[in-house]
Ligand binder design. Structure first.
Ligand code: TRH
Length: 378
């Protein structure tokens, strides 16, 4: 029998929430034949991620997923087997009011490598005076967590040569990737505005090799402008200083963005979804966590570095580079040193990525988790 899941997504800011929910919905449908309705509160932002989404249309089907614009006035009927509340976005009261006790309610949490995650994964709490139980599903890096979002076909892609033409995103072919990157180190840059971008560019401009940096148009540019002494920055434009070539990319489709990560030698990523994608790209990456109160993001960063690079000879250097990127404290020359050890870091990253890819993926774990609850619950 076809399973039916609802997914609720609130776009808090940026693209991570909808980016993850869209991948999750697609994978549930494509690999587990789940009939998915995706409720999203902001179709404008969603339309940057979901190809061909018409933001003025309240309900539409794309890639076999029904996408519904959700607001306080939305009325619900016809409940599914399970509802996924993404990142504690709170199910609408109108939905909760008639939700049957058999509908499994799962809150998908944010990803963290912190050790406490294992103890919280799969726990539940009773919701108010209702008969509903809310289960907490934690993504994570160990077998005792919910795992990481990873589609089935990803490994096949990584068997291809990373610079093979078929992997070069169309959006990049148009702006001369082949000419720019011959003999060059290629980097991609997607970060939050407080990252020390100017310092990184300065280091790269003085590198003994040509460095081509693809900068995502979605980040703010003051640091790039002041580095090149420009009034404004244009999408598709190329800026050169010393060894450095900067190319400003438009916002790519998720598929093209994933492909970009695979062809680069070093990726600067952020938040949650691009971080996971950088892992699957099997290329060195520097991750900038989403800033949280009381520097909680730095605990997340430390826990991840501790886990992912536990066996790496370069772990101190990798830590210093991440700390500098996340806090701006330290010395920008750490990037020069990082680049000198790039082949070592490449080898360690690929080994760790492959190890994680050997674990069961998040969507398979989630489907199993829900099926198990439905079978065992009265
Ligand atoms: O956009 P983000 O900063 O999202 C963040 C985090 O998820 C954070 O944890 C959350 O609390 C906050 O949102 C609300 O970074 P992230 O997670 O990497 O998501 C970016 C998405 O955008 C990802 O799905 C990849 C996609 N993307 C493209 O599709 N094309 C592009 O050109 C780029 C640069 C990104």
């Amino acid at each position: 029998m076809t399973k039916r899941f609802d997914v609720f997504c609130k776009v808090v800011d940026n693209f991570g929430d909808i980016g993850i929910c869209w991948r999750l919905a697609k994978q549930l449908q494509a690999e587990h034949r789940v009939d998915v309705r995706l409720f999203v509160d902001d179709l404008q932002v969603a339309s940057r991620i979901i190809p061909n989404l018409d933001a003025s249309n309240m309900s539409q089907i794309i890639d076999k997923i029904r996408i519904v614009r959700w607001n306080v006035a939305t009325r619900f009927s016809d409940y599914p087997d399970a509802v996924i509340e993404a990142f504690g976005c709170e199910l609408p009261q109108a939905y909760m009011a008639h939700m049957p006790a058999e509908t499994v309610w799962v809150n998908l949490e944010y990803l963290s490598a912190e050790p406490w995650v294992e103890g919280f994964h799969g726990q539940h709490s009773n919701f108010g005076a209702t008969q509903h139980r809310r289960y907490f599903f934690y993504p994570g890096f160990t077998e005792k967590t919910g795992g990481l979002l990873r589609e089935n076909n990803l490994l096949n892609l990584s068997l291809l040569s990373s610079r093979s033409v078929s992997l070069v995103p169309l959006a990049l072919q148009g702006i001369g990737l082949a000419n720019d990157t011959r003999e060059a180190l290629i980097l991609s840059l997607f970060c939050y505005p407080h990252a020390p971008v100017g310092e990184l560019l300065r280091q790269l401009s003085q590198a003994p090799w040509k460095c081509v940096v693809y900068i995502s148009a979605s980040i703010s540019f003051p640091a790039v402008q002041s580095f090149f002494g420009l009034e404004k920055i244009d999408i598709g434009a190329k800026y050169i200083k010393g060894s450095l070539v900067v190319i400003i990319l438009p916002f790519l489709s998720q598929d093209d963005y994933d492909a970009l990560l695979r062809i680069c030698d070093l990726n600067f990523v952020r938040g949650e979804d691009s971080w996971i994608r950088a892992i699957w790209a099997e290329k060195p990456f520097i991750w900038q966590p989403y800033r949280q109160d009381e520097d909680a993001h730095l605990d997340k960063l430390n826990a991840f570095l501790e886990l992912f690079y536990a066996d790496s000879r370069q772990k101190q250097l990798i830590r210093k580079a991440h700390e500098y990127w996340a806090t701006g404290q330290g010395d920008a020359s750490v990037f020069g040193e990082y680049l000198r050890y790039l082949p070592d870091i490449q080898r360690d990253t690929a080994r760790q990525s492959a190890k994680l890819a050997g674990q069961v993926d998040l969507v398979s774990n989630l489907v199993f988790f829900i099926e198990n609850l439905r079978e065992t619950r009265v």
